[in-house]
Design a protein around this ligand. Structure first.
Ligand code: GGG
Length: 331
């Protein structure tokens, strides 16, 4: 029996084909972990070729792997990443946003994490075209998913030694759905003795842009988490720096927050840092804490005084950045 960790690898589309191989170079160079990579396809390109954005073989690889490294998808995102999150029962998307020494940031004090509900809300896929002129969307919120997210947030706060968390919502407008969301999470926090406050998500966007240091752990519904994490990326130097973990009870999918960036795809200049940092989250998930820390330190050191890709004001290629990160891993 092999002790290797099986990792399903899905580059997806666009710059996914550049940042995922770069991140694999880093994973392969990590000391003390054996990997078996299972390379599979999903996204726009495979859909164009075969008619199927998420082939059976890909779904099978993800549901049997120990973890999945995912790049990015474009037009077919709803047909790919949403069913993949469901397939591994990934109820939360963890999106840390922090600044790095040496990287220009709009808000250098930013150091927070967004815990995004990952299977419900307006991303539950319940949309209908009623007629040529009318379409509808159903916003799904359940007590069980909200409870699970609240419990995860309480555990997260305890592990991170944080004071508590802030729930983003809009329960003055979406009274029933966000009412259930906030009430359930607040009940869980009260049971667990965790401090929680809540804010309207629109007001939070303003406060976050102006005073990010006031936030530590933010818990939000699905769409709000998607939007607020891109906002947070803008505060710390761009989307090239934000990793994420889709966490399920047994499996996880690790992906950069950014999309497939068709404007720069094929040029070999995409910043791989977000994907490499996502592999650090993958290593944490598989309990290789030392290896995860080594990857983070190598990325931090590279961002501090190594080569830079154009999004950070340099002219380095994706490969040059990956090489610099690999060179800074401990022997
Ligand atoms: N790696 C991130 C990615 O592929 N983003 C495309 C996208 O639109 N994702 C939707 C989501 O994260 O819910």
């Amino acid at each position: 029996m092999s002790d290797a960790e099986t990792i399903a690898v899905i580059p997806g589309d666009g710059i996914g084909h550049e940042v995922v191989p770069a991140a694999l170079r880093v994973l392969e160079a990590v000391d003390g972990v054996d990997f078996e990579f299972v390379h599979v396809e999903a996204g726009d390109a495979v859909a164009e070729r075969t008619g199927e954005p998420l082939p059976e073989e890909t779904l099978a690889a993800v549901t049997s792997a120990d973890a999945t490294l995912f790049g990015a998808t474009g037009e077919t995102s709803a047909d790919v990443i949403l069913p993949l999150r469901d397939a591994v029962d990934s109820f939360v998307n963890v999106r840390p946003a922090r600044t790095y020494p040496g990287v220009d940031a709009v808000q250098p004090e930013t150091d927070l994490v967004i815990l995004r509900e990952n299977t419900e809300g307006v991303y539950a896929g319940i949309e209908n075209r009623l007629s040529a002129d009318v379409s509808t969307l159903t916003r799904l919120v359940t007590r069980s998913a909200s409870r699970r997210l609240g419990e995860f947030a309480c555990d997260y706060v305890a592990d991170a030694d944080a004071d508590g968390f802030t729930v983003a919502h809009k329960n003055n407008v979406m009274r029933v759905t966000d009412g259930l969301f906030v009430d359930t999470i607040e009940e869980v926090a009260a049971d667990r003795g965790v401090e929680v406050d809540d804010q309207y998500m629109d007001a939070m966007a303003t406060h976050l842009a102006m005073n990010p240091a006031e936030y530590d752990v933010i818990v939000c519904p699905n769409l709000a988490g998607d939007v607020l994490s891109d906002l947070a990326a803008g505060l710390v130097g761009g989307l090239g720096l934000l990793p994420s973990a889709n966490v399920g009870a047994e499996r996880g999918i690790f992906e950069p927050v950014h999309g497939c960036a068709p404007d720069i795809a094929g040029e070999g200049v995409a910043n791989p840092a977000a994907t490499v940092l996502s592999t650090a989250m993958l290593l944490d998930f598989l309990d290789y804490d030392g290896a995860a820390a080594a990857v983070r330190t190598a990325v931090e050191s590279t961002l501090a005084d190594g080569p830079r890709t154009p999004d950070l004001g340099g002219s380095a290629t994706t490969d040059e950045l990956a090489t610099a990160i690999v060179d800074r891993l401990p022997d």
